[in-house]
Design a protein around this ligand. Structure first.
Ligand SMILES: Nc1ncnc2c1ncn2[C@@H]1O[C@H](COP(=O)(O)OP(=O)(O)O)[C@@H](O)[C@H]1O
Ligand SMILES: [Mg+2]
Length: 515
């Protein structure tokens, strides 16, 4: 067996438009080794492994396989070189069974050599025997005649793994394989991975879950904002150190925090809110919290932990399976979005909202502001004069830089679009303002003016629910932070008494001893 790293990626950079997804990243994995690739959402993990799999071509840097430099121009190149990628979203054909999927794409000319009279029967027997040998070697099990559409997620994943092994993969890359598995299935997957490792495969696994990293990996490479910030031996590290690497040191942003005004009763009360997705998996798991007027409650969590669904239920855009939502003591569940808005709840959900349902890019600022003013006359009787005044107010108040209020929204910069969106919601004088990722994609200056807008609302007694992603911002802006993990509330913490690392640990489902 060759010595040294089976795969080594050096100085890899990749940019998508303005996003530097990978910036001078290096990582390596040896035969008989499992390396975990860890990082927050958007830190560039998938991008990196997709270059290894020939899906993207790096802008700069090099990939070595057993010491030899390789250039993968397509997934086919990577597969031929022995790299097998198991994606988060499976690429199997549902109407075919396991063995057909596994052998799909195998070149007939190669396989039929030596078969003087190759019949479909012999061909199937040859394939099934080959798969069975792989199963025995690596300790995997599938029902080869079962159709994909009859399979559980975990069975499909095993088929995907067999498929890459069948093509001779020596290097296995698994992108968040456990995200879709139950804990028991994860145990099985890890057992298979250990067998593959024993058999000399080199394995890269992407996961968010620190206990899994500690359990399965030999080394860990951590990415933060597109950069590799460290590689450590798993036996020499711990979840806290890994979290620190992931989230980085705290930096002071000096966001002005207003003292909350104590209130008698909470404005919004959410109790035991529960929601399942189509597969029956809990997206929200007995979520309970309250927000008072004059405070900003932050919500921290890895993307996809249930933030979006929570907002949608409160806004009446989605039904909950169980639980209650009360606003000023009144039940909100079952009301239409429009009725809920009229009660004084405003929501802006960026990025979906920015130029999606929230704003119409091709319309002027004025028209966009009229669009959501349900209290104004609708249809041909729309009072443009009133809309114009409101638009001019917003432009002036929030220093939106635009030639005029008649300017088409999509021609504004991102920061200005977000200010129009938030300004419009604020103009409606909500009592509860829900805002998700309002500073995403904005530069520092534009971000601070958004924080100012939120603080101003708080001062006026509005209850603000702020779904954020930057932990430094959450810690400096919010009065309390609710941390969610897999749809469940891990804790609601005082930002002044909770370090950035503690927040990171909670987001990853750990309960830090210090809290
Ligand atoms: N095909 C693409 N086009 C544009 N931007 C992309 C593309 N793929 C990834 N990105 C961006 O690159 C960054 C890193 O993404 P990704 O590698 O998917 O992160 P991770 O897997 O760590 O969550 C993100 O900001 C993401 O939005
Ligand atoms: Mg990813």
């Amino acid at each position: 067996m060759p010595r040294g790293a089976a795969v080594e990626m050096q100085h890899i950079s990749k940019r998508f438009g303005t996003v530097q997804a990978n910036d001078d990243v290096g990582m390596a994995v040896n035969r008989g080794e499992i390396v975990a690739l860890l990082g927050e959402n958007g830190s560039g993990k998938s991008t990196l492994v997709n270059m290894l799999a020939g899906i993207y071509v790096p802008d700069a840097g090099s990939i070595y396989l057993d010491g030899e430099r390789r250039f993968f121009k397509s997934p086919h190149d990577a597969i031929t070189a022995g790299i097998g990628m198991v994606h988060q979203h499976f690429k199997l054909i549902p109407v075919m069974n396991a063995w057909e999927n596994i052998s799909l794409g195998e070149k007939k000319s190669d396989t039929q050599k030596g078969f003087a009279l190759s019949s479909p029967f012999l061909e199937k027997r040859r394939i099934v025997e080959k798969i069975t040998r792989l199963e025995q070697r690596f300790g995997l099990g599938t029902q080869q005649n079962k159709k994909i559409y009859d399979m559980s997620v975990s069975e499909k994943q095993t088929v995907e793994i067999l498929k890459v092994l069948y093509r001779g993969a020596q290097v296995l890359v698994l992108d968040e394989p456990t995200a879709v598995l139950t804990p028991q299935e994860t145990v099985q997957l890890f057992a298979m991975m250990r067998n593959m490792k024993e058999a000399g495969c080199a394995i890269i696994i992407i996961t968010h879950k620190l206990p899994e990293v500690m359990d399965i990996s030999d080394r860990v490479t951590v990415l933060r904002k597109g950069k590799a910030v460290g590689t450590v031996h798993t036996k020499d590290t711990n979840p806290r150190e890994l979290t620190e690497l992931m989230v980085g040191a705290s930096i002071s942003l000096e966001i002005r925090r207003e003292e909350p005004v104590p209130q008698e009763a909470p404005m919004l009360e959410v109790r035991s809110l529960t929601l399942h997705n189509a597969e029956g998996v809990k997206v929200l798991d007995t979520v309970s919290f309250e927000v008072s007027g004059g405070e900003i409650l932050g919500v921290a969590g890895i993307a996809g932990s249930g933030q979006k669904e929570l907002c949608e239920i409160i806004a009446g855009l989605r039904r909950a399976d169980a639980g209650s939502v009360r606003f000023l003591g009144e039940n909100l569940l079952g009301l239409t979005p429009r009725t809920i808005k009229k009660k004084g709840i405003s929501m802006s959900f960026i990025p979906e909202d920015r130029l999606g349902m929230g704003l119409v890019g091709g319309m002027s600022i004025t028209d966009n502001i009229l669009l959501k003013s349900y209290d104004l006359p609708q249809g041909p009787l729309i009072d443009r004069g009133q809309g114009r005044v409101a638009a001019e107010n917003i432009v002036q108040r929030y220093a939106i830089s635009t030639p005029s209020v008649q300017h088409i929204v999509k021609k504004l910069s991102g920061g200005n679009i977000q200010k129009v969106l938030l300004g419009r919601e604020i103009e409606r004088r909500p009592r509860l303002l829900i805002t998700a990722y309002p500073v995403r994609g904005l530069d520092i200056g534009a971000s601070y003016s958004i924080y100012d807008m939120l603080n101003e609302q708080k001062r006026q007694g509005v209850a603000v629910l702020f779904i954020g992603e930057d932990l430094d911002v959450l810690r400096e802006l919010c009065d309390r932070i609710m941390v969610i993990h897999n749809g469940a509330v891990m804790d609601i913490v005082d930002p002044c008494a909770c370090s950035k690392e503690d927040l990171g640990l909670l987001m990853l489902g750990h309960k830090p001893e210090t809290l």
